[in-house]
Ligand binder design. Structure first.
Ligand SMILES: N[C@@H](CCC(=O)N[C@@H](CS)C(=O)NCC(=O)O)C(=O)O
Length: 104
């Protein structure tokens, strides 16, 4: 089963929105709260390449934050990523899911 993991903090509005979107789609996810981890930004960057929360990974592939999740959902590409045989984001296969641009 495809695994969604989300790094969050409790004070983060984008995290609330990301969780609401996944909940609305009936998607389960593992939430890792980083509030009590003083070095969480460095850890987050090491794991995902991003500095902000939330950072969301699908089967260990970083997809970005809420904005990227929302865009994938709106474009119907979230389902592709959640399909076990989906092409990797860097795939050149027809229908391959292209990497999501970094947030501004
Ligand atoms: N575009 C990002 C924005 C995320 C964002 O700005 N998160 C805030 C917390 S709600 C944050 O980490 N701010 C700290 C910072 O920007 O350094 C997304 O959609 O997830």
């Amino acid at each position: 089963m495809t695994k969604i993991r989300m790094y969050t903090t409790t004070w983060c509005g984008y995290c609330v929105r990301a969780k609401a979107l996944l909940d609305a789609r009936g998607l389960e996810y593992e939430e890792i709260q980083l509030d009590d981890d003083a070095g969480f930004r460095a850890k987050l960057h090491e794991l995902t390449g991003g500095w902000t929360v939330p950072q969301i990974l699908i089967d260990d592939r970083p997809i970005g934050g809420y904005t990227e999740l929302w865009r994938l959902d709106r474009e119907g590409r979230l389902d592709e990523l959640l399909t076990p045989d989906a092409p990797r984001p860097d795939s050149d296969e027809p229908g391959g899911v292209k990497p999501v641009p970094a947030p501004r």
